[in-house]
Structures are given as structure tokens and as C-alpha cells.
Design a protein around this ligand. Structure first.
Ligand SMILES: Cc1cc2nc3c(=O)[nH]c(=O)nc-3n(C[C@H](O)[C@H](O)[C@H](O)COP(=O)(O)OP(=O)(O)OC[C@H]3O[C@@H](n4cnc5c(N)ncnc54)[C@H](O)[C@@H]3O)c2cc1C
Length: 636
């Protein structure tokens, strides 16, 4: 099937404005007759729930944490982009649009990305009005810094805690509506199924994580804002609970999964130290504003960094990409780190490079560096025992972000009517690689500024309040979710859920990670089904289903990763080109850069679920570029 992204016609800069004018509205008195389920209370979900409730809709908001404000968005460190051009350094909506399309290696929809760049400016105004304490300069104006893939300073930040401050802003707006009775919060509740009635999303099935109760909730529409899936790699920078479960269960009910092979491996994370680890820690990209990345020129150099003179260091990003230097985009910086480490120049365990602040401290003073990045340096010190003011940080790439996700059209609606997907959970506007500080921008654009218009257009076309949970589809879902939990508890095998997650992560990191080959992907496609088979025969899930059971929760999530990981590999194998974070070793330039094949692969790959151990069906949404020319992506 050829998919239609439903992008409006007309000049790029006017599409969103004129389209909004054509969308149907729900009159204020009728809004209270509609109910909407919002799964997720991160930046995308909280902003959507607060805004929709403010408009008068009835919202039921779900999250698995004990409080909505603990959503993973709280971990975001470095900042949020907007095309305000406060620095007068040449920024514009068009430049942010172009940088984002180019950053994503020309694999995103033009119309969506332009809209995102337009809305970026409203987001900053909205958040400032909420009281988000963005950093300010001496005169009191909002301060900016630079992120990868841009030559302007357009990133607004609150020290190294931007996500937390933005989420507190959204959470206050959310709580106002809880108080007003228009949002009902369901914390510690995990969505385990999407219920589809007559082809429309009409509700969800959940497990109460405290009591173990499995029950259904019905609504006129469902909004999924359940975050990204890179915990499929086991070790990642994401929160431990981040999973693909909500999206994957919706996929199994008919929602297409787009570009699952587009995963972002972030270049600056604290390196892995061993199998005992359960997660990895990001050192924000903002550090690359002042930190310089280097490795010793000599292979296997065992000297400490202070013993290596400047002439014997390879500042490889500055050497290879002189115009962007240390602020080369993430996919490029990660591959460059892998390349120097593979060649024997890695530091520490051999899987590490230096991020060095000595020059910046000498130029700006330690106090300035402390003011800019103090909390990141402290986090680094607590984890490694090393003082980055005195010696360079050691960093290495790690899984960080999912560019793939559920397929949505320009309305953020999936192919299932009534199911809308926001934030990192959708396949998003970032193409094959996301630029730093653009995830927060996209999640908040989706939640504060897009969904209020587009969901109203859907609701205005249906009769409100039709659905209770009486339809047979709800009963069937309830039974199936209960039976799956029982099945997991009965296996009583010898390996823990973590053992399986670790093995899956290892397979994916080796063969579906930073470099992918046909042989490696085929190997992964043999190993993953075998591991899944073993999981269903040999996993041990202690305890029972009728109360708090975190092993059972994890088992369900890992079971989904074992299915989803296979789709990632299938997608990576079929995309016989390199683009952004998807690097097929067979397709590279003489200089080792990603080599796209626009003639054959300029499309969004949207997969339809075919069943466990059955092939998925590929649908394509062609990507048309009317306003920009496709070019070789260069940061040299
Ligand atoms: C360490 C780190 C630093 C980052 N720094 C930046 C940055 O500086 N700038 C930037 O732009 N981006 C950054 N990012 C990326 C950005 O933080 C995320 O992409 C973004 O916050 C995702 O927001 P979200 O609302 O889509 O999902 P999340 O914040 O992940 O929220 C998901 C929500 O869904 C709920 N949920 C999930 N599954 C279920 C389920 N089955 N049932 C019920 N509820 C469920 C969760 O409880 C949660 O409330 C960073 C990411 C990491 C990991």
C-alpha cells in the first residue's frame, strides 16, 4: 500500500496556517461530552493532556511511574531548540527547518519539519509564561548555546536540567486541570493493549501495577505519548522503565510501525564498564560547546592524558569536519569515535575517547564552566570518581533515542482512526538522525500546539460517548492480557528476565548497532527468534500477578522487545542504503560517510504486523521534496 501522509498543499510556509483554518472545530459546549485517553505524562503527554483539558475535553492520563512528573523527559539535560534568532547570528525558521531536514539525512517529511520550526518559537513563549527558568544573559535576555549539526546558537536551556524544568512547567498546567476535574490521573498503571472497535481506537487495557488488577478504559480517542524504544538495546541512556510496550501492543492491533531501524547512538556517554550495569549515563551534547574531543595519535597509548603533548593528540572531529568541529551531528560523531577506537586509539578500556575542558577552563575560567555544566560534572564525578575539571572525561557512544515509532500522518494520527501518537513514540520529524535539543521541541510542539487542532477535527466527525467497555473487543482484550500474564508466571524456567534482555541487547548492539552489514543482520535475524523461543520456555518470573510484581512488569516489556528487535533488524536489512543513524557498511563513501540511495529509498517504511514468527508487510510513504534539493550531507 502507498501511504498518504496527508500533507496539505500550498506554499510551505503557509501550509499549517491554512490547514488549521480548514480543520473542523468542536464547539465549547460540546467539548465536555468527549473523553480522551492520554498514555504518557512526559513532555508530549503532559503538554497534550493539559492543553486538551484546558480546552474543555475530559482527559484520563496514564503513566507507570508513581507521579506523572517522574516521566523520563525529566532526564533531558542540554536544551530545546527554537528559531528565535536572539543572537542575531543568522538563524531563521527556514534555517532550523533546513538544518533539521539535512540533519535527518533527508528522510523526513518537509511539511512536518517546517511546521515544527515555525512552532518552535511559540514553545519558548509558552514555557517562559509558565515560569520555566531558562538561563538568561547579563542583560536578562534568554541565553542560547549551540548543539550539533547547527552553526548558530539556538538552544534554550536551564543549566543541565532543561527537561526537568520544562516538565515542571507542563506538570503545573496539568495539575491545574486535575484540580479543575478535567484530568483524571492514573499513575502506576501500565497500558498493555489497545482496544479497537469497528476500526477505531476506543480504549486501552491496563494493569494496575500495585494491585495487579487488569481492567479496561474506554474513550472517544486515544493519544499515545509513551516515549522511545532504545532500551531494546538493554543498555541505553533511557530510564529503566522506558519500553516499546504501549506502541508495540498498538502495532499488534493494526497500527503501522515506521522506520524502526532508525536509532540514535549518542556520542557522549559514560563508557560501559561491565555486565553488572543496568543503564548508561549521558553526558549532554551541550558539553561539546566547550569540550574538545581527542584520542592519542599513538595506538594503544598507555600514558595518562596529561602526559600526552598537544602535538601527539588527534582532535579527530576538528580534523575531519573543520566547519562543525566538535559539534558535528551525533550519528557522525558516534561513527567517528567507533572508527578511532576500532583502529586502536581508544582510551580507558579501549572503548572511550577524551572530552577535554582544559582549554576552555584556561580561556573562560573554572567558574564559568561550573556555571554552565556544574551538575553534569558532578554526575560524572559521582559515577567515575574522576574530576573533569582536572582531567578529561572519558566518553563513548551509547543508544539514546528512537527516530522510528508508530507511523502518523500530518495530523499525528496513526493509520487507525482515533489513535494519535506524540513525542518520541511517533516516527517523528527527525528522519534518520535527530539533531540535539530537537526532541523536546518536537514533543512540546506535538502536545501544546498540534494535537489540540488535529484531534478536534477527528472528534467533530464522531458522536461522543458511544463507547463503554461493553463491546466484545474489550472482553477479548481483558482475557488475552490476563492469559499472557498467567503464561509468563507459569514458565518457571532457569534464566532471569534480565539475562534475556542482556542477550538481546548484545545481539542488537553487535549487529543492529552503529554499523550494520547484510551478514550481521541475517545473523541477528537467526538469533533473535531463537532467543525469543527460549524466553517463552525458560524464563523465570517469580511472585504472582495479584500484587506488585516488578519482574512480571519487566517480563512483559522484554517479551515485546524480543518481537520488536526482530522488526528492527528486518527494517535495517531491507533498507539497503546508509542514511543518518542507519549505517550499512556496504554503502559508504571513500571517506567512510553514509551513502544514501535516494532513487530507491526515499520513503518512510511503515510495517504492518503479520503475527509472531510471520513476516511483516511493508507499506511505503514516498517522501517528496518540493522546497529543498536533496544533497550529499556534508559537515566538512
Ligand atoms: C539522558 C537524556 C537526556 C536528553 N536530553 C535531551 C535534551 O537536552 N534535549 C532534547 O531535545 N532531548 C533530550 N533527550 C530526549 C528527550 O528527553 C526525549 O526524547 C523526550 O523527553 C521524550 O518525551 P516523551 O514525552 O515523548 O516521552 P517520555 O518522557 O519518555 O514519557 C513517556 C511516558 O509514557 C508513559 N508510559 C510509557 N509506556 C507506558 C505504558 N505501557 N503504560 C502507561 N504509561 C506508559 C511513561 O510513564 C511516561 O509518562 C534526552 C534523553 C535522554 C535519555
Amino acid at each position: 500500500m502507498i501511504l498518504d501522509g496527508k500533507c496539505p498543499k500550498g506554499p510551505l510556509a503557509e501550509k499549517w496556517d491554512s490547514y488549521r483554518h480548514d480543520l473542523k472545530l468542536v464547539n465549547p459546549a460540546n467539548k465536555r461530552k468527549y473523553s480522551i485517553i492520554v498514555v504518557g505524562t512526559g513532555l508530549a503527554g503532559a503538554s497534550a493532556a493539559a492543553t486538551l483539558a484546558e480546552l474543555g475535553f475530559n482527559i484520563e492520563a496514564f503513566c507507570y511511574q508513581d507521579s506523572p512528573r517522574r516521566a523520563h523527559s525529566i532526564a533531558a539535560q542540554g536544551g530545546i531548540n527554537a528559531a528565535k534568532n536572539y543572537r542575531n547570528d543568522g538563524d531563521s525558521i527556514h534555517r532550523l527547518f533546513y538544518d533539521t531536514i539535512k540533519g535527518g539525512d533527508f528522510r523526513a517529511r518537509e511539511a512536518n519539519v517546517y511546521r515544527l520550526a515555525q512552532i518552535s518559537n511559540h514553545i519558548i513563549d509558552q514555557c517562559v509564561a509558565q515560569g520555566v527558568p531558562f538561563a538568561r544573559d547579563y542583560a536578562g535576555y534568554l541565553e542560547n548555546r549551540s548543539f550539533g549539526g547547527a552553526q548558530v546558537s539556538r538552544t534554550f536551556f536551564a543549566r543541565g536540567q532543561t527537561g526537568q524544568q520544562l516538565l515542571l512547567g507542563a506538570y503545573q498546567a496539568f495539575c491545574r486541570q486535575v484540580q479543575a476535574g478535567r484530568i483524571r490521573v492514573r499513575p502506576r498503571t501500565e497500558m498493555l493493549d489497545l482496544v479497537v472497535v469497528d476500526g477505531h481506537a476506543k480504549g486501552i487495557t491496563v494493569r494496575d501495577l500495585v494491585t495487579g488488577e487488569i481492567r479496561c478504559h474506554a474513550a472517544d480517542a486515544v493519544v499515545l505519548a509513551s516515549g522511545g524504544y532504545v532500551n531494546v538495546f538493554n543498555l541505553s541512556t533511557n530510564a529503566m522503565g522506558s519500553s516499546v510496550t504501549a506502541a508495540w501492543r498498538a502495532h499488534k492491533k493494526g497500527a503501522f510501525f515506521a522506520n524502526p531501524c532508525y536509532t540514535q547512538i549518542h556520542p557522549t556517554c559514560i563508557p560501559v564498564t561491565g555486565d553488572h550495569q543496568s543503564k548508561l549515563t549521558l553526558m549532554s551534547e551541550s558539553l561539546r560547546n566547550d569540550g574538545r574531543i581527542w584520542v592519542p595519535k599513538k595506538k594503544n597509548d598507555s600514558r595518562t592524558p596529561d602526559q600526552i603533548p598537544d602535538g601527539e593528540r588527534d582532535y579527530y572531529l576538528e580534523r575531519k569536519y573543520p566547519s562543525f568541529g566538535n559539534l558535528a551531528p551525533r550519528d557522525i560523531a558516534s561513527r567517528a569515535a567507533k572508527e578511532v577506537c576500532d583502529a586502536g586509539h581508544g582510551v580507558g578500556s579501549g572503548r572511550g575517547v577524551y572530552l577535554d575542558f582544559a582549554e576552555a577552563i584556561a580561556r573562560l575560567g573554572e567558574d564559568t564552566i561550573r556555571a554552565r555544566y556544574g551538575n553534569l560534572f558532578e554526575m560524572y564525578q559521582r559515577i567515575t570518581g574522576e574530576e573533569a575539571y582536572r582531567q578529561p572525561m572519558r566518553i563513548y557512544p551509547a543508544p539514546h533515542y528512537a527516530m522510528g515509532g508508530l507511523w502518523v500522518d500530518y495530523n499525528l494520527q496513526s493509520n487507525l482512526p482515533g489513535l494519535f501518537v506524540l513525542g518520541e513514540a511517533n516516527f517523528s520529524d527527525h528522519g534518520a538522525n535527530r539533531l540535539g535539543a530537537s526532541a523536546l521541541m518536537q514533543g512540546l510542539a506535538d502536545g501544546y500546539f498540534i494535537i489540540p487542532y488535529t484531534i478536534a477535527d477527528y472528534l467533530a466527525r464522531i458522536t461522543p460517548g458511544q463507547g463503554g467497555t461493553d463491546a466484545p473487543e474489550f472482553r477479548a482484550s481483558l482475557e488475552q492480557i490476563g492469559a499472557t500474564a498467567e503464561r509468563l508466571l507459569r514458565i518457571n524456567g532457569r534464566k532471569t528476565v534480565n539475562d534475556f534482555h542482556r542477550e538481546l541487547g548484545h545481539i542488537l548492539w553487535e549487529d543492529v548497532g552503529m554499523a550494520r552489514s547484510e551478514a550481521g543482520l541475517n545473523q541477528a535475524l537467526r538469533q533473535i527468534p531463537a532467543l525469543r523461543e527460549e524466553f517463552w520456555n525458560n524464563v523465570r518470573v517469580p511472585g504472582r500477578g495479584q500484587d506488585l510484581n516488578q519482574e512480571l512488569e519487566k517480563a512483559g516489556r522484554v517479551a515485546d522487545f524480543l518481537e520488536f528487535g526482530e522488526l528492527m533488524a528486518v527494517d535495517a536489512l531491507h533498507r539497503n542504503e546508509s542514511c543518518g543513524g542507519h549505517f550499512r557498511v556496504e554503502h559508504q563513501t571513500a571517506e567512510g560517510e553514509a551513502l544514501r540511495d535516494d532513487k530507491n529509498f526515499s520513503y518512510v517504511a511503515a510495517w504492518e504486523y503479520g503475527g509472531v514468527n510471520e513476516p511483516s508487510r511493508l507499506h511505503k510513504e514516498p517522501l517528496a521534496f518540493d522546497d529543498i534539493e536533496l544533497s550529499v550531507r556534508s559537515y566538512k
